[in-house]
Design a binder for this molecule. Sequence first.
Ligand SMILES: [Zn+2]
Length: 294
Amino acid sequence: MRLAADMHPPCTLRRITDHVWWFTPESRRDRPSLAVVVGEKESLLLDVGASPAHLGECLAAVAAAGLRPPARAVLSHAHWDHVFGIEAFVGAVVAQRLTAAQLERMRTWDYSDAGLPALVADGREIAFTAEYIPRELTDAQRRALKLRLPDAVFEETWTADLGGVAVHAHHVGGDHAADAVVIHVPGDGLLFLGDCLCDDLWAPVRRYTRGRFLPLLTQLEKLGPAIMIEGHNPELFTGKELIALTALVRDAYSTLDRLGSGPRPELRVDLTTRHAAGLVDDTLPPILAGLDQT
Ligand SMILES: [Zn+2]
């Protein structure tokens, strides 16, 4: 038991900047990061969690820390683990237009044990999500699950003034989810990324595409964050790491252009002369898998 607990540390609330508290992710159930931005007038929740239980634990930790309960929530994207807590959130929920449209579809889907195989069979969910969903919610809980629709919808940008703290949500898209939104707290140099930097898990082979990955990195780079919360990373992601990733990805595409099509056995070695080998090994396979895809 001890070993299992250590392998999957529970979600905990940590203050990471002047105005931002991070509710850390948990890998056993694939619970993503949540966060609360606290202003003088209002607290704002970032993502609503993988279940009413996950949301409840976050809000209990917020209360125990003596923080004002969040009156509104913003969603990063419509994947189950970021939205299944929605019915338990009593405040207003804000979402990008595509996120709202996907929630409207998902609320008609059958997520019960009997229904999950059909969702995987036709690609609405994938084996990965079908494995984790039953760890977070029982069959009975999924049968009773109601996905309510967001209260407010935006297209490109949504802004809130929480009282001395400005928050901007930006639609960035990318390979992981077309509806992906990042939430920026510029005064704290903080960016909540959701899963936007992840590759496309829904593709037959995990991939990045040049047409989505490069514009995403350019948008994130422009925001110039010092510190970032990623959906499923138990460590914070730093501005320096974003700069290193962006440099590698740009270099990888221009090196690929230079080498032309066909086998490129020297590519990895070439890139590791200029970039950390671990970063190259994590990033290059999905770049190659998506090279000819749009
Ligand atoms: Zn996701």
